[in-house]
Design a protein around this ligand. Structure first.
Ligand code: C5P
Length: 303
């Protein structure tokens, strides 16, 4: 029997997220810049008699253990694609906030895919893995890729972004989750009733990244889903305003929310900002993370 394999995959923040019209398949055409952050989930696959799942870490109780779990779907997709493998126990150690708009489920899918490939020695290349990833969800290909990338299509078509510098984030986690389809639907509804706005351009974010300039990046952060997310959860606007008031360089709802990502000037500034935000009581809890971070990779268990 092959030895267990552990893969670590990162969460993400969208530095900008431009949402185009709804396509015929129900998805929206996106332009987005993803940045992977140093918040990780570890997924360990161990050959077993039946495929089962266990989940540890904060928010574990809110993650399904059945076939709707994206890691289970990833293991199944790998087996269908390669004709190799067998039942496994999937152990997920959560470090990425659950249902927060930081692609924790997608990270688990990416990690499970890479772990299945390593466990069963199927040696799929990057193109084959990315294709499988894209079939599992819009953010899964990015969790494999990591670093900073421009995403188009429904977010699964990736191009490397060349940038400089390391960015320090404070993540304000909200109480409860937000349904991604509900946020997209609210975005469509708001657009029907308001004057059309031009689609967001990625250029200000890309230029700030090229310069490695956190002040410019703070100003360029933008998300077309933010009005919908704050409409559904008005307290997110309170969190954003408090973060800016406390000296964040910029703030944005991450993906479809409800996590709010605030950019700090430095690691030390992130420590101070996190403490002050926590004291204000404008969110459930805070986390700090840096980006960019590497994509899914095999690690030694427990490290
Ligand atoms: O692909 P994923 O499962 O992450 O998407 C979750 C939901 O988010 C989709 O069912 C869809 O409602 C919405 N979505 C969208 N356009 C995208 C990505 C996601 O409308 N580009």
């Amino acid at each position: 029997m092959p030895q267990p394999v552990t893969v670590r995959a990162p969460g993400k923040v969208n530095l900008m997220l431009g949402v185009g019209p709804r396509r015929r398949d129900g998805y929206h055409e996106l332009t987005t810049v993803f940045q992977a952050l140093t918040l990780y989930d570890d997924v360990t696959l161990t050959p077993a008699e039946h495929t089962t799942v266990s989940i540890r870490g904060e928010g574990a109780a809110d993650v399904p253990l059945d076939e709707t779990n994206l890691a289970v779907q990833a293991v199944r997709a790998h087996a269908t694609q390669t004709g190799e493998g067998g039942p496994v126990h999937i152990d997920i150690h959560k470090g990425i906030p659950v249902a927060g708009g930081m692609a924790g489920g997608s990270a688990d899918a990416a990690a499970a895919l890479l772990a299945a490939d390593a466990l069963w020695g199927t040696a799929l290349d990057r193109v084959a893995l990315s294709k499988l990833a894209a079939g599992l969800g819009s953010d899964v290909a990015f969790a494999l890729h990591g670093q900073t990338a421009l995403g188009t299509g429904r977010g699964e078509r990736l191009a490397e972004v060349l940038g400089r510098g390391r960015f320090h984030w404070v993540l304000a986690l909200a109480r409860g989750g937000l349904s991604t389809p509900a946020v997209y639907t609210e975005c469509d509804r708001l657009r029907e009733t308001s004057v059309p706005v031009p689609q967001l351009s990625a250029e200000p974010v890309l230029s700030a990244l090229r310069a490695g300039d956190p002040v410019a990046l703070g100003r360029a952060l933008a998300n077309d889903l933010q009005p919908a997310a704050t409409r559904l959860r008005p307290e997110l606007q309170v969190t954003l305003d408090a973060g800016l008031e406390l000296g964040a360089l910029g703030g944005v709802v991450s993906g479809s929310g409800p996590t709010v990502a605030l950019l700090a000037r430095s690691d030390a500034h992130a420590v101070a900002l996190a403490a002050r935000l926590s004291a204000e009581g404008v969110c459930r809890t805070v986390r700090r993370a840096a980006g960019p971070a590497p994509g899914a990779r095999v690690v030694q268990p427990g490290r």
